[in-house]
Design a protein around this ligand. Structure first.
Ligand code: NAD
Length: 298
């Protein structure tokens, strides 16, 4: 059994770290939010007061943080993970950081004499809870098998994509499709409601028709249609609006880097940021439907 450090214990990190406790590992956790630490203590994670304390004697470090800048700060700043672990320790970051931050982190890790693995995930909080996440690994090939083994308790499809930045490239492209789907699902739901459709009956039609898509089925934007969806619990996240907007911005950045203007992503990004600024940032992203309905009525 291993000594594990887990940094970032929010909506995803909380259920993911719990699976490692259940496997019999000793898990020490750190999060800047005291509430997050309290919640995971009930799962058997030992709360700590600093990154250094969590990483002391760790055989492996996992992280699940909001954005690339957060991960960079947690990993590479003085007192961060890279300077707190033993040489050659493997560090698996599951956050969505974007390609450029991942590449910088691989470089900093090499300089610090530790092993960095990017392993962004897909599958939502449902996948985190059920250990059915898909992982997209980017790292030196020699560490791929070890990283796969360390992620096995958390997911059911673990793909080695390639070297530095490639796991994030797969994640950014995946989330471009997902985020645009969420946006159009919200737009279609707002329109359906304006047209007087019974959205529960429409769900039965659409999920047997050409409109069917993963986020429409799991994260249906209309309250009461899917009992387990964020919409049916007052748009409590789930996947926060600002994080979805961040993922769209990562796709736009990736497009820009290769000279490709992503026009659909631009529209989705602008709607999501507009909604975030209008008070929806920390609600589930499917609450965009409320913002669109408000705009339609104006
Ligand atoms: P979250 O906001 O619920 O959790 C992030 C946690 O990180 C919070 O508890 C926060 O306090 C903590 N944190 C922030 N800065 C920190 C720091 N400097 N040191 C220690 N802790 C810090 O977010 P989440 O939904 O768990 O998402 C985490 C990552 O997973 C993001 O990159 C997101 O894009 C990605 N993701 C989320 C989902 C989803 O459905 N929620 C799905 C796939 C991927």
């Amino acid at each position: 059994m291993a000594n594990v450090a887990w940094i970032g214990l929010g909506l995803m990190g909380n259920p993911m770290s719990k699976h490692l406790v259940n496997e019999g590992h000793t898990v020490k956790g750190f999060d800047i939010a005291p509430q997050a630490l309290q919640t995971v203590a009930a799962n058997g994670v030992t709360p700590t007061n600093s990154i250094a304390e969590a990483c002391k004697d760790a055989d492996v470090v996992y992280s699940m943080l909001p954005s690339g800048s957060d991960v960079y700060e947690v990993m590479a700043s003085p007192g961060g993970v890279f300077s707190s672990v033993r040489p050659n320790t493997i560090i698996i970051d599951c956050s969505t950081t974007g390609i450029n931050y991942a590449k910088r982190l691989h470089e900093e890790a090499k300089k610090a004499g530790v092993v960095f693995v990017e392993a962004p995930v897909s599958g939502g909080t449902e996948g985190a809870r059920d250990a059915t996440l898909t992982f997209m690994i980017g790292c030196d090939k020699q560490y791929a098998d070890r990283a796969t083994e360390l992620l096995r308790p958390l997911g059911d499809y673990i793909a080695y994509v390639g070297g530095a930045g490639t796991g994030q490239a797969a994640k950014v492209v995946n989330n471009l499709i997902m985020a645009v789907s969420v946006t159009v699902n919200c737009e279609a739901t707002a329109l359906g409601e304006m047209l007087g459709l019974d959205m529960k009956a429409f769900f039965e039609i659409a999920t047997r028709s050409s409109a069917d898509n993963w986020s429409f089925r799991l994260w249906n934007p209309a309250p009461g249609v899917v009992p387990t969806s964020p919409a049916s619990r007052g748009y409590k996240p789930g996947f926060k609006t600002w994080l979805l907007a961040k993922d769209l911005s990562l796709a736009l950045e990736a497009g820009k880097d290769v000279g490709f203007k992503l026009e659909t992503a631009e529209t989705a990004y602008s709607l999501m940021t507009e909604h975030a600024k209008d008070g929806g940032a920390d609600l589930d992203a499917t609450s965009l439907v409320l913002h669109l309905a408000k705009k339609l009525k104006q």
